[in-house]
Design a protein around this ligand. Sequence first.
Ligand code: DWN
Ligand code: ZN
Length: 414
Amino acid sequence: MTALYEPVTHCRICGGESFLPVVDLGTTPLANALVDPERVGEPELAFPLAAIRCVSCGLVQLSVVVHPEIMFRHYLYSSSASQPLLAHFDAYAEEVTARYASPGSLVVEVGSNDGVLLAPFARRQVRVLGIEPSTNIAAIANRAGLETWSEFFEPHVARRAVRERGEAAAVVANNVLAHIHDLGGVLEALDVLLAPAGVFVAEVPYLADLLAQTEFDTIYHEHLSYFALRPLKRLLEQGGLELFDVRHLPVHGGSIRIFAGRPGRHQPTPELAVALAAEDAAGLDRGDVYAEFAERVVASRDALVTLLSELRAAGKSVAALGATAKGNTLLNYCGVRSDLIAFVADTTALKHGRLTPGMHIPIRPERAILDERPDYTLLLAWNYAATIIPRFAAYIGAGGRFIHPMPIARIVGP
Ligand code: DWN
Ligand code: ZN
């Protein structure tokens, strides 16, 4: 791929060439391309942001693929900045170790970010290796003693891992399958890397939740695919793996953790059959389900813009919490600039002092909410509302209120 982006002409799972529209969010900058204030006059890269659905296998996907080197070589999202993820990944490592690994066996993580999951595996005496294309983020993991190769997960990287470290008892991949265009290459690499009884464990945001909760903000250029179980099952089978278990999790607005292995190695669970039946019943193959989703997206945008405009007219101050990737879809699609939101607070040091892409709202440390006490705070990290709101009891006690934007903007609080 040499151009900055390419249109999708063939489905990345089944090769189908026929697509139906799902939703069109306009042309937006990259969700994690935060702007240096000194370069604010320079043009920003912006790309079409629309989701389409493959008529043949049902995979919902973006209509374009932006070159991964542009999006992922230097990255500003660090998993460890989100405190609730630490407990999530500790429990994850516990489960995978108990079921599939033992002290000394190898666990490889694809898209291992700053090592937030490698660390709890390492604490359980498992040998770990991270594969993470972002050089700046991989360096954080390496500094912490968690060996991480700054690479995309490709067959030649898997061959090197086997040569140098041996076959893997488990390969884990969290919130990364959606970022990868060449899924066939991932399956090929897994075939190289997994031991005969090895297990592939992946977490992906679940399409059924995205649709049911109108989570349109989770659509951005990094997320090329929006997975349901049926297309995933097909993808795995094409690559010589069998889906044998699944768990539905609340993380990131609703995700699934899937388990796959070589055919016949692991008994398919009753939970998988139940989840597949529930998915079939949800109508993910029905056009009206998507048409109604697209209508709710417009209504959600209008409700947010109306609420923020009314608050401004009433002289209220408004900030936001969480300089999230999804927040930048929301702000750009809704056209929310610094006249409506004064600043965005975030725990990630790498993001401080920069401006949000497109809308150019300044990003400040999280304590700015407590220092400035805006009348209202828009939760751009709404997926963490259950932990953020109690942490800000003092802010609420002093009269501050949060706005939850999903599925439709509403003021939350006592
Ligand atoms: O797939 C992806 C997901 C998993 O993570 C990526 N492509 C990028 C990223 O998406 P996101 O930025 O929408 O994810 P989060 O996890 O909602 O980001 C949380 C952001 O909010 C971080 O920048 C940290 C910040 N934060 C905060 O300021 N206070 C988070 C919490 C929990 C908090 O209390
Ligand atoms: Zn397809």
